[in-house]
Write a protein that binds this ligand. Structure first.
Ligand code: NAP
Length: 247
């Protein structure tokens, strides 16, 4: 026993193989959690899990949008690592397009991964958490779910949906000892934002009061706090971690 705040707690992190999810997995592992790292690409997930600090981590190849794969994955996690104490719904994709050109598939894929994926995992872990009368769910939404964004109707709708999901789950499960919160990142340096040109990055910085893009670790530290015992009296909240973009 290391005496850290998440010692031995089983934490599922979806989209844990890269970017923000990898930073969250690392922070939770540093806090003593046994991380079940979920992503579609099995090799990348397995390599990422092997590099996490501490021991007892596992990786799982799973598409969060597929309810059958999700319930099978949760069962495998519980069999291998034990009851799930923390779920971080972080997996997410973008398929940006202007509204009049947006294809049905672009809208549906983003809702399926970003919103339905979080629902699938939340539903699958909830029964056990309710029985044990403890558990924490943390959803990664986005500031564009709060403000909207031209060219991202699908993505912003999925992220706004996550806000509603977060508050509903928080209200439904509070009496069962389960907390649910969301973190809304602003612009964070990951593969998702790598597509931006230097000019776009410079223009963006002008909209960020703290003057720079964030790093995945900036999100991970806040997630570590919100899923930990220091946040035991916080539920149903959406915390923007965005350099002051949305106030
Ligand atoms: P990223 O670098 O593109 O990583 C996405 C992760 O999600 C990968 O591990 C990916 O692995 C996994 N993933 C994607 N679709 C999946 C699916 N259907 N099933 C399972 N895993 C899936 O993204 P990121 O920038 O770190 O973003 C992480 C989260 O933060 C997302 O929800 C994103 O919307 C949100 N966010 C990011 C920013 C930003 O500026 N970067 C801002 C606001 C919010 P596989 O491809 O192997 O599945």
């Amino acid at each position: 026993m290391s005496g850290k705040e998440l010692d031995g707690v089983v934490a599922i992190v979806t989209g844990g193989s890269r970017g923000i999810g990898l930073a969250i997995s690392t922070a939770l592992a540093e806090a003593g959690a046994k991380v079940a790292l979920v992503a579609r690409n099995a090799e990348r997930a397995s390599a990422a899990a092997a590099d996490l600090p501490g021991r007892g981590h596992q990786s799982y190849s799973c598409d969060v949008a597929d309810p059958a794969q999700v319930s099978e994955t949760v069962k495998s996690v519980e069999d291998a690592l034990g009851p799930v104490g923390v779920l971080v719904n972080n997996a997410g994709i973008t398929r940006d397009n202007i509204l009049i050109r947006m294809k049905d598939e672009e809208f549906d894929e983003v809702i399926a991964a970003n919103l339905k994926g979080a629902f699938n995992f939340t539903r699958s872990v909830t029964r056990g958490m309710m029985k044990r009368r403890e558990g924490v769910i943390l959803n990664i939404t986005s500031v564009v779910g709060l403000t909207g964004n031209a060219g991202q109707a699908n993505y912003a709708a999925s992220k706004a949906g996550l806000v509603g999901l977060t508050k509903s789950v928080a209200k439904e499960l509070a009496s069962r000892g389960v907390r649910c919160n969301a973190v809304a990142p602003g612009f964070i340096r990951t593969d998702m934002t790598d597509a931006l040109s230097e000019d776009q990055v410079e223009a963006l910085k002008g909209q960020i009061p703290l003057g720079s893009l964030g790093e995945p670790e900036d999100i991970a530290e806040v997630v570590r706090f919100l899923v930990g015992p220091g946040a035991r009296y916080i539920t149903g909240q959406v915390l923007a971690v965005d350099g002051g973009m949305v106030m």
